[in-house]
Design a protein around this ligand. Structure first.
Ligand code: ADP
Ligand code: MG
Length: 748
């Protein structure tokens, strides 16, 4: 067999040249350079039907009613729906929209939209634009092809989408047209959640009720809602688009399945917070311009640890709004990347041997008046309250760590959680030195005989200093870290919708708050004064949850051992993590809190497990294809050449007795042997892979199939990679068709 195509690497060299010569893209705002767009506040939210637009377009009475609806987190009243729809349409038409869509979040991890034009006919048959209250409140997409995990069989195609009025409608721009998007929930005809958003909203309600109950104990006005606030930090990679299109693995699986380690990766630590390259900066500016118009408060941007890795963080908002905006931001980021000839990678582990990407989900609780309930205050009462909320979180993670782990399970995230670069799959909470000391003091209860007031004073709780927030007190290895006035869930994957993880955190904390309220009340009933009752319950919670607190290095092997001694679950891979969703106790909790019915949880499990299986199947198909059509042909070509050279040389030098000649010939043959050995092993592993895949496909249960893939197939993928990468390091550069790490990560 001979490979005569001399241009195997031609496309790669063209890509290198294209990527290396591109200029930063400039964009125009109203025909003027973007640098003249003016202050952000001048156009922030201009593409959204926000309060200002509503006030402008709606009769006062309707505006007030709608605002009330939003504040209370309710669905829209039918009697104002027509008026609101009309106003929204007028506004959208002014903005140049011709169509509308209910924009929702099925369980694909992406968003979905089905467009309808405003076109209608009046009684005289004249073309007009029309948009009714019914169309605003509910729409009925033919939704049979969305993953539902068996919730809705395909013959029952009806799924409804209904506007979530808390999330403002917005205009989505296309090159040749604009669409009014109406953020919606997606439910089946009998009300079962089919999307990411409905359960999040339910969890927020559950949490609000339990938090209000605690406030009630403290004698506070609980008429407003307690909201969960969220600020998701989004990490991502950018590489030149030309490279992306030459990598079947990035295109199909979102990550490189093979690729030799470059001589330089992230070891110099020169990328993190480094100066941002012009092309990338130009990209970020255009992204942010779009985000601002959509009312997405992007705040920080910087280079991340790995080469070609970046981060964007917005200002926090109410959880459901933050979740919507994060999804929308991801869409915008992806779309704008194309305009800059960049490919955006949201996969959790696009490249081996350098950091992967996550989403740090900052989370807190806030009273209707804006008080952050996880922020210590200046009065003993406020600080007692703070301790109740803090320990309720500890209780939540202590009892439901596995559930939170399950909520962040995916094939992509497994690569992060398993590697020493991201929080491990073991859930624990980091509190920092100061709080740890306070909780330890509370635990030791040395001041047990003092009056509560004295105890508070001694513990330094009557006036807690604002908790140390500087970076030295940070533990970046913790999956769930307290950072002064909020928790940061760091284990969420970069490609995730944050809704499900948030819903599970909300569920866990709701349960914690519920237990605290119950215990405080029961002590009060026995005649214990409030402050003492609270302190006692907090102390019990501190003792009970001690095992979940960990201040050390979460990446270390010692922690894995220590966690196992403590009995903390370490669910390393997705299939075992997802099983948690099927446990009776977890189902019972989610049902009681009104977040998921048993059938809904089972469907989540099925959707996620199916997704895991499909992800791996795609990876297997892709790597097989790459090995057979790219790697092995390049190897054969080199082998042929080495063999021919070795014969030619030995023939022309035959009869010459010279040690140097023997050494050279020996070297050629050694190289030939080596390449042949790797090619042979590669071939063998491909055959083993087929056997393992057949075994996986024989399993009659999703869970079992997932386990075979996790336990047997993944290892073979790694094995394949090893041989491919060894070959990449030996085969002449000019024969190698795939963009290399050193090119993808550094040329842009
Ligand atoms: P840090 O330095 O602790 O990471 P930043 O100020 O950089 O804090 O904020 C990180 C993210 O946390 C941002 O998205 C920010 O808006 C968000 N955040 C800040 N306060 C809160 C809060 N109370 N609730 C939720 N998110 C918050
Ligand atoms: Mg942070």
């Amino acid at each position: 067999m001979s490979v005569s195509n001399d241009s195997a690497a031609e496309a790669r060299f063209q890509a290198i040249s294209a990527a290396g010569s591109r200029q930063p893209r400039q964009f125009l705002v109203n025909g003027r350079p973007a640098t003249e767009a003016g202050p952000i506040s001048g156009y922030f939210g201009s593409s959204t039907f926000n309060e200002e637009a509503m006030r402008d377009k709606l009769p006062n009475r309707v505006f007030e009613k709608l605002r009330q609806t939003v504040r209370e987190g309710k669905m829209l009243d039918l009697d104002i729906a027509d008026t609101v729809a009309h106003a929204m349409k007028e506004w959208a038409l002014e903005k140049g929209a011709s169509h509308f869509c209910h924009w929702f979040q099925p369980q694909t991890g992406l968003t979905a939209e089905k467009h309808d034009s405003f076109l209608s006919f009046d009684d005289e048959g004249q073309a007009i634009e029309r948009f009714s209250g019914n169309q605003l409140i509910q729409s009925e997409p033919d939704a049979s092809s969305f993953p539902s995990g068996g919730m809705r069989s395909t013959f029952e195609a009806r799924g409804y989408t209904a506007w979530d009025p808390a999330s403002p409608a917005f205009i989505m721009e296309g090159v040749n047209g604009r669409v009014l998007c109406i953020p919606s929930i997606f439910i089946s005809y009998d009300g079962a959640a089919l999307d990411q958003k409905a359960p999040l909203l339910r969890s927020m309600d559950a949490l609000s009720k339990r938090a209000a109950d605690i406030l009630d104990i403290f004698g506070e006005d609980v008429s407003g809602r307690v909201i969960s606030t969220v600020g998701p930090e989004q990490e991502y990679f950018l590489i030149d688009r030309a490279f992306f299109h030459l990598r079947p693995d990035l295109m199909a699986a979102g990550r490189t399945l093979i690729g030799a380690k470059p001589p330089k990766g992230q070891e110099l630590e020169d990328h993190y917070f480094g100066s941002i390259k012009d092309r990338v900066k130009a990209y970020m500016h255009e992204v942010e311009y779009e985000l601002y118009r959509l009312g997405i408060p992007a705040k920080t941007r910087h280079n991340e640890v790995a080469p070609a890795q970046f981060e964007m963080a917005p200002i926090f908002e109410e959880a459901n709004i933050a979740a919507d905006k994060n999804q929308l931001a991801m869409e915008v980021m992806r779309r704008i990347a194309g305009k800059h000839d960049l490919a955006l990678l949201f996969h959790e582990k696009p490249f081996a041997d350098i950091n992967g990407s996550g989403k740090h989900v900052n989370w807190s609780l806030q009273k209707a008046n804006g008080t952050n309930l996880l922020e210590p205050g200046d009065t003993p009462t406020r600080n007692l309250q703070f301790l109740v909320f803090l320990t309720a979180v500890l209780k939540g993670v202590h009892r439901r760590g596995a559930l939170i782990r399950a909520s962040i399970a995916s094939s992509g995230n497994d690569h992060r959680l398993g590697a020493n670069e991201a929080p491990p799959a073991i859930m624990s909470v980091f509190l920092g030195e100061q709080l740890t000391r306070i909780l330890d003091d509370i635990e030791s209860g040395a001041n047990g005989s003092d009056t509560t007031e004295k105890r508070l004073l001694k513990l330094g709780i009557s006036k807690l200093p604002s908790i140390q927030r500087d970076n030295t007190d940070r533990n970046r290895t913790s999956p769930f870290a307290f950072t002064g006035n909020k928790f940061e869930l760091r284990a969420v994957g970069s490609a995730f919708s944050i809704s499900f993880p948030l819903a599970m955190v909300n569920a866990a904390v709701s349960e914690g708050l519920e237990a605290m309220a119950r215990d405080i009340r029961s002590r009060q009933k026995d005649g214990t004064p409030l402050e003492k009752a609270v302190m006692d319950v907090v102390r019990d919670a501190v003792i009970e949850t001690k095992d979940i607190r960990f201040e050390g290095n979460n990446y270390s092997e010692e922690w894995v051992e220590e966690a196992s001694r403590r009995g903390l679950p370490n669910l390393r891979k997705t299939p075992e993590a997802l099983e948690v969703l099927l446990r009776a106790d977890e189902k019972k909790l989610l049902k009681r809190l009104g977040i998921f019915s048993a059938a809904e949880v089972e469907s989540r499990y099925a959707v996620k497990m199916e997704r895991y299986i499909k992800d791996l199947e795609i990876e297997v198909e892709t790597i097989k294809d790459m090995a057979a059509t790219m790697v092995l042909p390049a190897a054969v070509r080199f082998q042929t050449q080495l063999a021919a050279a070795s014969i030619a040389v030995s023939q022309s030098l035959s009869g010459i007795k010279d040690a140097r000649v023997d050494a050279a010939l020996g070297y050629q043959q050694m190289q030939l042997r080596d390449v042949t050995a790797h090619a042979g092993k590669l071939h063998e592993t491909l055959e083993q892979l087929d056997v393992a895949m057949a075994k996986a496909q024989r399993q009659n249960k999703l869970g079992k199939q997932g386990r075979v893939l996790a336990d047997e197939v993944l290892g073979l993928l790694e094995g394949l990679r090893e041989h491919c990468d060894a070959l990449e390091e030996q085969i002449p550069d000019g024969y190698w068709p795939l963009p290399k790490y050193r090119e993808m990560l550094f040329i842009c």
